[in-house]
Design a protein around this ligand. Structure first.
Ligand SMILES: [Zn+2]
Ligand SMILES: [Zn+2]
Length: 320
């Protein structure tokens, strides 16, 4: 089969690779390029040494299924890239996104077919009612829902999203779908205009009034923003570090805000399976709304071009 293979930093090549040998095989209809895929392509990643097939935000059609597994050839499905074990201490504390015993789908999905092991079908494969590229957004939305779970959202909450990249835009669409007033701050005018065209308040950094928002999502990986927005957040509010910073980075926050103003600093990483299920239901209910996140479609053959476009910042989500 054809696969887009990451062969080293800045390198992607279309190659012929062996078909998966599993009993359950999904023919990939679409796979979104994630921030992690882009980071791997640009800087390398310890979890994905080259050569590797990247891509985990995918859906497709069942092409091969064992007898009695509940699926037939041709069924549309979305596959969770991992599932927590559900039984360890971390899982029992409801923090499945951090489970140390996750079951991962072994191969990436920037290719024609992905093999799923038989013991993962029940846990990680979900039936879809139709073929639609919007289902590539289930995994990123699941990560957003894990972030939302860390917040202390109240009916009177006002949310501020810092950064209008694909994840920031997903947070903004989710808040507006839930009826929570939301503003997004973004320095790049084209990204601001895109968000504003959805009827969402989009502002330049510097136009945020202190105390106007109690729920602040940092969806840009710049550590200085954390301290800056802790100070701007309303009393008893929460700041969520959604974007990842590396292990050797430290953030500095104003102590007064944490103690005297009860502002909390939280983080979130990945999703647990309950978020994946909820994300799928939300996407089913708001297909058109969430489809706005997908700005480009590319065939696998033009994968490198798609990665370069995403790196330029001119696209939100690109589906291969
Ligand atoms: Zn992802
Ligand atoms: Zn676990």
């Amino acid at each position: 089969m054809k696969a887009l293979v990451y062969t080293g930093i800045g390198q992607l090549a279309l190659k012929d690779v062996p078909d998966p040998a599993s009993d359950f095989v999904v023919k990939v209809l679409g796979c979104g390029i994630c921030g992690t895929d882009l980071k791997t392509y640009q800087k390398g990643h310890h979890l994905f040494p080259p050569p590797a097939i990247l891509g985990h935000e995918f859906y497709g059609l069942v092409e091969k299924a064992p007898e009695g597994c509940g699926y037939s050839i041709g069924d549309a499905v979305v596959v969770a890239p991992y599932a927590e074990c559900g039984a360890c201490d971390v899982c029992l504390r409801d923090a499945g996104s951090l489970c140390p015993h996750k079951h991962y789908v072994e191969d990436g999905a920037f290719c024609e077919r992905v093999g799923i092991s038989a013991d993962y079908i029940e846990r990680g494969v979900f039936p879809l009612k139709e073929k639609n590229d919007v289902y590539t957004l289930v995994e990123p939305l699941a990560c957003v829902l894990n972030g939302v779970e860390q917040l202390n959202l109240k009916p009177a909450s006002r949310a501020l999203v810092v950064g209008a990249g694909p994840m920031g835009a997903l947070f903004a669409l989710l808040f507006s779908a839930k009826g929570i007033p939301v503003t997004i701050v973004e320095p790049a005018a084209p990204r601001r205009q895109r968000i504003a065209s959805w009827g969402i308040d989009a502002r330049e950094p510097g136009q945020v009034k202190k105390g106007a928002y109690d729920t602040v999502i940092i969806a840009v990986n710049r550590k200085e923003l954390v301290g800056e927005y802790i100070t701007l957040t309303a009393d008893a509010g929460t700041v969520l570090m959604f974007s990842g910073l590396s292990k050797d980075e430290f953030v500095s926050v104003e102590a007064y805000s944490i103690h005297y103003r009860q502002v909390s600093l939280k983080g979130s990483f990945g999703y647990a399976m309950r978020h994946f299920g909820e994300a799928l239901s939300l996407i089913d209910a708001h297909k058109e709304t969430f489809s706005r996140i997908i700005t480009h479609h590319f065939p696998l053959e033009r994968g490198k071009e798609a990665f370069d476009l995403l790196a330029s910042g001119d696209a939100l989500k690109i589906v291969l």
